[in-house]
Design a protein. Structure first.
Ligand code: AMO
Length: 452
């Protein structure tokens, strides 16, 4: 039968990337979704898209293609799920030098709805329109490349940790108390007890340095972010690392290596994709400098004040401030004021590294990794002694007793340790130039969105 609708025993023989003009005359079976179909009476051109790219299909009247196949093909709408078995023909006019002449067509599902945008659309401005049809939005070239790059980056990150002797961990996502401050917690019920979704694996990854020394986790973090911004999600993926017997300077060195290796992996993906697509890939990966610059918090405040800003020592640094200073590319901001930092962050020895008065004296061994105005990661040296943790908690007005499950671990002696959390979506934004974080995650969750 030249036309049917079941997969049956038919299997793909080649992905689009495996086809070439040198296979002239070979019988091939390709499967995927229809990107375009254009019928011109006696000839129908179609493009089938699969995981790797496009396969041109040409069905001519009076040629090798049965008429019923040509007619059925020309009646299909874009996005239909199909298979074509046929003969590969070298064709100097075709973009990749070949086309497939169909002998058999399987139509697995017909399109019931007209999609709200063209499958080849380079940009579709309204993200809500796109999210309503997310499975087919994700077929668009720019998102295909973004998420394939994400996969490569994750592999590079795991390779890095493996090579450096880190153990991959998973920690509970249903927890009993806040780690990063209470405001952004999602409350849930755990049987009959109140509980929360984890904002970060912070306390567990610290405890695990007592047994494994070097650990990493790649998992969701949950933040009840009330604001609508292009860089906040309610559920994000964090690449967390924690290491014993090091401080925040060592962790910054590790992040620099991780970012460099992630960028290399992204670039090598792009090079390959450009070869298959004939150069048409709408993404570019920035160069990462050999040394990522480190600016102290205090020096940036001085520069801001010098430029006439009202920023006081102790204030947060906002994207508008960083823009004002013309900071771009990747850089660290180090030695933040201690006060606003979470309780587990260690105070700098001997006060601030910056010159300045009394109020400048309490800084922390902490950093943020930035790319322009986007915060990619934050990390610090941690407190390893119970009494110091307790006094920091009291100073922050926290209920020490409710953290006994954590503080008790420190009674057995914790090593000096340091670590960081890297927002995977934000790293991907920086490496691909994606402007909205919702396009760096498959199904975004934000203050307005719980579906799809
Ligand atoms: P922090 O709260 O700074 O630190 O988070 C670490 C990194 O996670 C990412 N991130 C987010 N990404 C998208 N949407 C959000 N709502 C969101 N919130 C955070 C950012 C950020 O830099 N426990 C510490 C890390 C550590 O010290 O190890 C922490 O959670 O890229």
């Amino acid at each position: 039968m030249a036309i049917s609708s079941d997969l049956g025993d038919l299997r793909r023989t080649h992905y689009s990337s495996e086809l070439s003009e040198g296979m002239d005359g070979q019988d091939v079976t390709v499967m995927g979704w229809l990107l375009t179909v254009r019928g011109h009476g006696s000839i129908t051109f179609a493009t089938i898209c699969d995981r790797d790219g496009e396969v041109p299909i040409v069905a001519k009247k009076g040629g090798e293609c049965p008429d019923e196949v040509r007619e059925a093909l020309s009646s299909l709408k874009a996005h239909s799920s199909v298979a074509v078995r046929g003969t590969l023909r070298a064709s100097p006019k075709a973009p990749r030098g070949f086309e497939v002449v169909p002998a058999e067509l399987r139509i697995f599902s017909r399109v019931q709805k007209i999609p709200p945008f063209e499958p080849v659309a380079k940009t579709v401005k309204n993200i809500d329109t796109r999210l309503e049809a997310r499975p087919i939005d994700l077929r668009r070239s720019v998102l295909q490349h973004t998420f394939k790059m994400r996969s490569r980056i994750l592999r590079a990150v795991r390779d890095y940790f493996e090579r450096e002797g880190f153990i991959e961990i998973n920690t509970p996502k249903i927890i009993s108390s806040a780690t990063e401050g209470g405001a952004a917690l999602f409350s849930i019920f755990y049987y009959d007890k109140p509980a929360f979704l984890a904002q970060s694996p912070q306390l567990y990854k610290e405890q695990l340095t007592m047994s494994f020394e070097k650990v990493f986790e790649i998992a969701p973090i949950f933040r009840a972010e009330a604001s609508r911004t292009p860089r906040h999600l309610s559920e994000a993926i964090s690449i967390d690392l924690e290491e014993a017997f090091v401080d925040y300077n060592d962790v910054m060195d590790r992040i620099a290596s991780l970012v460099r290796e992630s960028a290399d992996a992204a670039r090598s993906y792009l090079d390959g994709a450009k070869e298959v697509a004939g150069g048409d890939v709408p993404l570019a990966v920035p160069e990462i400098p050999d040394t990522i610059p480190r600016h102290t918090y205090g020096s940036l405040v001085d520069r801001l004040q010098g430029a006439g800003a009202k920023t006081q020592w102790g204030d947060d640094l906002y994207p508008s401030d960083l823009k004002r200073l013309g900071l771009d590319g990747f850089y660290f901001i180090v030695d933040w004021p201690l006060g606003p930092k979470p309780f587990y962050v260690k105070e700098s020895k001997g006060g601030s590294g910056d010159a300045g008065g009394e109020q400048r004296q309490r800084t922390s061994e902490s950093f943020d990794l930035m790319c322009g105005e986007l915060e990619i990661s934050s990390g610090s040296t941690r407190i390893e002694r119970r009494e110091d943790l307790e006094s920091r908690m009291r100073a922050k007005g926290m209920n020490v007793d409710s953290f006994e499950y954590h503080l008790g671990a420190f009674d057995y002696g914790a090593p000096p340790h340091a670590g960081c959390g890297i927002g995977l979506e934000r790293l991907l934004m920086a490496l691909t130039g994606t402007a909205n974080i919702r396009d760096a995650t498959f199904y975004p969750r934000d203050v307005d969105r719980l579906v799809p």
